[in-house]
Write a protein that binds this ligand. Structure first.
Ligand SMILES: [Zn+2]
Length: 250
């Protein structure tokens, strides 16, 4: 896996080697300069992806920008949040954002409590903000999971969901695919719509809603499907794929 450059000296050398490359701005850490390619487990390369300073990828940068908007709208400092499978570099920020910030996951060790997203040991209406990013593509009964997130969220609260959008229409797999980090489906551009009926309102944010200088797209070739390792996935044309986040109101 590609690691960002942690020292200033390494970053300066990287910038010098890539002085002709397009410069981008990382909203997470404030870095300005070229982003690094990211080499995925299945041998693909995603270009202009990794911030060399903080390691953010397009999906993290989009989430950061969306959370800034939502913080202004919902005033997080008065709110209690539950974060599933928390990304390490968002933890400190979210801890500072919210009055109370609680983390959970089924398998991660360094969380406040372990729980199955489909069967949460929590009271109804116990949180104001519930976040699950890159979680539901691993959960077979995703409707049950979203219903649980809805159940524990207070009226007036929000449920924030992000999944990798890797198809036009969602494709369900018969079993978790170990070659796709155990994803049980390929979420399509229609994915978030299926949970609309559980909430009073749905709003979505996409890479295209923000300035291009943040580079919020997956710049990767997803044309070579289906293949031996991903027999159910379909080819997706283009070399720039938008990330999307759904915000559901309870
Ligand atoms: Zn950064």
């Amino acid at each position: 896996m590609t690691r960002p450059y942690r020292s200033l000296w390494e970053r300066l050398k990287f910038r010098r080697r890539n002085r002709q490359a397009t410069r981008y701005r990382c909203p997470v850490c404030g870095y300005y300069g070229p982003f690094m390619p990211f080499h995925t487990q299945d041998g693909r390369t995603s270009f202009d992806t990794l911030c060399p300073k903080c390691g953010s990828r397009p999906r993290h940068r989009l989430m950061h920008l969306v959370m800034d908007i939502l913080n202004k709208q919902y005033v997080f400092k008065d709110k209690k949040a539950l974060h599933f499978a928390p990304e390490s570099f968002f933890r400190d920020q979210y801890r500072a954002f919210f009055q109370q910030y609680v983390t959970t996951d089924l398998v991660m060790e360094d969380v406040d409590f372990k729980a199955d997203i489909c069967n949460l040991p929590l009271e109804d209406r116990s949180f104001d903000v519930v976040l699950a990013c890159h979680v539901l593509e691993h959960v077979k009964d995703d409707r049950k999971a979203v219903s649980e997130m809805r159940r524990i969220c207070r009226p007036g609260g929000i449920v924030i969901i992000q999944v990798p959008i890797t198809a036009i229409e969602t494709i369900e797999y018969p079993a978790p695919n170990p070659y796709e980090t155990d994803h049980v489906r390929c979420p399509g551009r229609d994915y978030y719509d299926q949970f609309r009926d559980l909430f009073t309102r749905m709003e979505t944010f996409s890479s295209g809603d923000f300035d291009d200088s943040y580079q919020l797209y997956a710049k990767v070739d997803w044309s070579g499907y289906p293949n031996e390792h991903s027999p159910y996935r379909l080819p997706l044309s283009g070399d720039k794929h938008a990330n999307r986040i759904a915000v559901y109101s309870v």
